[in-house]
Design a protein around this ligand. Sequence first.
Ligand code: NAP
Length: 284
Amino acid sequence: MEETHIGWIGLGNMGIPMAEQLIKAGYQLSVYNRSQDKTETLTKLGASICSSPKKIFDNTDVVIIMVSDDEAIRHIFTNEQGLLNSKSSGKVIINMSTVSPAVSIEMAQMCREKGNFYLDAPVSGSVKQAETGTLVIMVGGEEKPYQSVKPILEKLGKLVMHIGDVGTGNNAKLAINSLLALYAQGLAETILFANDKGVKPEDLLNLINNAAIGNIFTKIKGDAILNDNFKAAFALKHIVKDLKLAQAEGLNSPLAQTALKTFTNAEEQFGEEDIISVVKAIKR
Ligand code: NAP
């Protein structure tokens, strides 16, 4: 059994398998989720439940957060039962959600004022990589707290990289997700175009996946299209959030603008479905 007691906040599509990895690795885990029903999978594996972020912070050594967006982060840090209302100090909070660098810098400052440390550590990879501990993790923040939690992050990712000050991890993640949006739209348009010309999607995907242009993304999302499986691994609404965050950081290229427009148009109907449901929006 590892000695560090970890507090986990956020049990969505990513949070559940990531938290499970840490239990499997032998860590003691306490969990908090806004909707309590999602804690059941973890309690079955031995995690205990805390009723607020503040209680998580009071009762654990390191806190990891995996929630939707800036608004969720502000709520978790600053509400009445939030992390910052705890008197604990000397602890590390790791925010693995994809959020703005600005919210990271703001929360890091508030943590510092209370004698705690904040790291932004967003991830690349989706549910499959979360289930196998093979995410790619990019970390912003001070070196010393980073070194202290690196062994934990290494249980979640195949690559853990410290790349700079607070917010740098978030900027790297926004850059990567801009490419993800282009991949998703590109794959969808390519399949639809070929299909219009009489090339079956399964044949086209077989060609792509055996060519230099194929990759894990074209394999997984290609299979999803073929099987009509649009259940969210990475919800389409999250890529709209990420493209907006990237735009706010200054990414305004023609491709990025087009992707934002495409995914925003798709969001109303397909926001809760997987990113690759953009194929249905484009087809429409
Ligand atoms: P998700 O399935 O939509 O889960 C979101 C989580 O955030 C849930 O636990 C939700 O609680 C919580 N939450 C939302 N608003 C909240 C609020 N105001 N206060 C407290 N908790 C709140 O999201 P996900 O797919 O796990 O993604 C989590 C983060 O990782 C996002 O930033 C996403 O962009 C990023 N990410 C996702 C993937 C992926 O493939 N899914 C990959 C890389 C990065 P409830 O259960 O109560 O709703």
